[in-house]
Design a binder for this molecule. Structure first.
Ligand code: WTA
Length: 653
């Protein structure tokens, strides 16, 4: 365990509580009674939820649990893409809009379920022509354009696994992910719009693919009309191959446990983990949670999740959950301040968005821009507001409620992870009285506990580690190619009890509501993105001027945490460790991992604080980074090191 445990004192307890309105409660999708149903007969409850889907063949057994390996809906067969697309067309909803897509430069596309069926079928036919078969892995690095959704669903339709890589990741990060999963095909675009300007994409992906022999073809969507390098025989334009395909494709059923996708996330070591999800259980929980947590009404609600499809939130709450529930969604390509800071509210007003799901970091950015901005727009269509990705501070929660929700919308703070696949802890709108900053309670059918180091429940008012003590349908089925790491990371800490260790600290208030306190391992959360300290340290030491590096997440008003690095420079570099050297290091990290991993601050030091066993004491560095009195130094091998660091920094060395 890292020395970076949660500080319970950093949470001022909130006493405000907002009960649901009678009007909302009267029409809510879920009721209080669901909790008891979930507890009394968990498997029966989930079997009922699975009935939301179309099964080509029904399961024989709801759950086969051999810790830590779960199989859900054993013997059942379904096609995930059929469930998300064709089924709705077959049931007479072909004309319903699936996506109102807004491009960053202002171009738009309206995609009905009938359009989606034809686009996904064409893409599936094209992928087949390129040799993709069930069980193959397909890497996708695309901006937020409709083809990203078509690609994911085309893979699902064929039983091939997609591995979506966030568009902001570097060629090196893409290469590592392609290599780990041995992907056969890469789907990318010529460029992507970023803050009003086209930025290159294919140039970067080419750099990655030059080093990944498993890639047979690169399928390229034209988005920005940017000139691109081209490798004949390997590269194929999307419009050349997809557009000429038939819009008919028969979806084959796959086993409930057939792999659906791999999504990489940061762990406590430098190597990202390929989190594996399968079909039946994943889709069941994605659909169920989208239905109850957002109180989604098919054909009525207009739903907008602002995440990027490169993250799990985009997978479960832009693609799979909403489409399984026949949602009409908004999908937006760009940044929230392009071309102006009211862009999101303009979109809410334009499409009459009723459910809006975003991250605390963005809410805090909106706060900074000022409440006059949302004030200018008609936001009366909003009914439910969601938050995800990091703990939401009470101030941001209240601002969201007052200035976006106009005191009229329940806020659902949703706790979950790439590994959990879908929402686990959240209030139910119309049912739960919410408290600003609390994710409240595990959903019906889900069980969570806060326990001590010794696995004892802490009880009301206590704090400790968040665990999931019962299996759930959308749980990860493993880490791609690394069973040992899967057991070690999640299941070894509370092995005797068979609990899943989430890596988060949490506490109960006196009423038993759950408050998340952030990570207890060496994973940082920057703007809702998980980045490991080791990953950034490895990037830093790969630079020729760096001898040693230690990285911590320091609290940051806007991004939740900011990356602060302490580096020891080598010989000559150490002598002129000025601003240029620091800029070069920040750029180097951006190049190695991606701009999201750029340290907010880099401090050049002569020593790093280490224990006698050589472990860096990040807790002390965090004290420095957050301008606090430095804590207990007695376990340091050399207790004068911290004085050296603090005084060196004061002198501005
Ligand atoms: C954090 C994102 C507090 C947490 C869906 C978790 C949260 C990690 C919340 C997973 C929340 C996510 N309140 N913390 N509502 N939601 N987290 O895999 O530390 O990108 O372990 O999944 O984000 O991040 P991931």
């Amino acid at each position: 365990m890292a020395d970076s445990g949660p500080t319970l004192s950093n949470l001022s307890m909130e006493s405000r509580s907002f009960p649901p309105s009678e009007e909302f409660a009267a029409q809510a999708n879920a009721t209080e009674e669901w909790y008891a149903r979930g507890d009394d007969d968990r498997e029966g409850f989930w079997a009922e939820q699975a009935e939301r889907l179309h099964w080509h063949q029904k399961w024989d057994q709801v759950l086969d649990w051999q810790p830590p390996f779960a199989k859900w809906f054993v013997g059942g067969k379904l096609n995930v893409a059929y469930n998300c697309v064709d089924r709705h067309v077959d049931e007479g909803h072909g004309d319903q809009v699936a996506f109102h897509w807004e491009g960053e430069p202002g171009d738009t596309r309206t995609i009905t379920y009938a359009d989606l069926k034809s686009e996904v079928s064409k893409a599936a036919n094209a992928l087949t022509e390129l040799g993709v078969q069930a069980g193959d892995r397909v890497a996708i690095q695309l901006p937020m354009i409709p083809e990203a959704v078509f690609s994911m669903l085309a893979c699902a339709r064929l039983g091939a696994m997609h591995s979506v890589v966030f568009g902001g990741f570097s060629p090196g990060a893409l290469k590592a992910r392609i290599e780990d999963a041995e992907c056969k095909l890469l789907i990318t675009s010529d460029g992507q719009y970023r803050r009003g300007k086209p930025a290159p994409m294919k140039e970067n992906t080419d750099e990655a693919v030059a080093q990944t022999p498993t890639i047979e073809h690169v399928l390229v969507v034209k988005r920005t009309e940017t000139d691109v390098p081209w490798t004949e025989g390997r590269d194929v334009w999307w419009h050349d191959i997809v557009d000429r395909q038939s819009g008919e494709h028969e979806a084959q059923p796959f086993d409930a446990e057939h792999p659906l996708f791999i999504l990489y996330t940061s762990g406590t070591t430098g190597k990202p983990k390929g989190i594996l999800h399968t079909s039946g259980g994943y889709l069941t929980q994605a659909a169920y949670t989208h239905h109850v947590v957002f109180d989604h009404k098919p054909g009525e609600s207009v739903y907008w999740c602002t995440a990027d499809i490169g993250w799990v939130t985009g997978h479960s709450y832009i693609v799979y959950g909403p489409l399984a529930n026949r949602a009409t969604s908004v999908m937006y390509e760009g940044t929230p301040n392009t071309p102006h800071e009211g862009r999101h509210w303009e979109i809410v007003q334009k499409y009459g968005v009723s459910i809006y799901y975003t991250a605390p970091t963005l809410i805090r950015t909106f706060m900074k821009w000022g409440k006059e901005i949302p004030e200018k727009y008609d936001l009366s269509s909003l009914r439910v507001l969601g938050s995800v990705g990091e703990p939401i501070n009470p101030e941001a929660w209240m601002w969201y409620r007052e200035n976006v929700g106009r005191d009229n919308c329940p806020i659902v703070d949703t706790w979950w992870q790439t590994e959990t696949g879908a929402i686990m802890i959240a209030p139910l709108p119309g049912v739960t009285a919410t408290k600003p900053g609390s994710a409240m309670r595990a959903l019906p059918g889900i069980s969570a506990e806060v326990v001590t180091e010794e696995a004892q429940p802490v009880g009301p008012g206590g704090g400790g580690y968040l665990v999931l003590d019962k299996p759930w349908p959308s749980m990860l089925r493993g880490i791609w190619g690394d069973e040992e790491r899967f057991r070690d990371t999640y299941w070894s800490r509370f092995a005797d009890q068979g609990y899943y260790f989430a890596g988060d600290g949490a506490k109960y208030d006196d009423d038993g509501a759950i408050w998340l306190l952030g990570r207890v391992d060496d994973v940082m959360n920057v703007s809702g993105h998980r980045i490991s300290t080791t990953e950034v340290e490895s990037a830093l030491v790969s630079h020729p001027t760096v001898a040693e590096a230690a990285v911590v997440g320091a609290s940051d008003e806007t991004t939740g945490q900011g990356i602060v690095a302490f580096v020891i420079l080598r010989g000559n570099a150490a002598k002129d460790g000025g601003e240029d050297a620091i800029k070069a290091l920040r750029d180097h990290v951006a190049k190695e991992i991606g701009p999201i991993a750029k340290p907010r601050q880099i401090m050049v030091v002569e020593e790093l604080p280490k224990t006698r066993s050589g472990k860096i004491m990040r807790r002390l560095l965090r004290d420095v980074a957050e301008n606090r009195e430095v804590g207990d130094v007695t376990t340091l091998a050399d207790s004068t090191v911290m004085d050296l660091i603090s005084s060196g920094l004061k002198e501005g060395k």
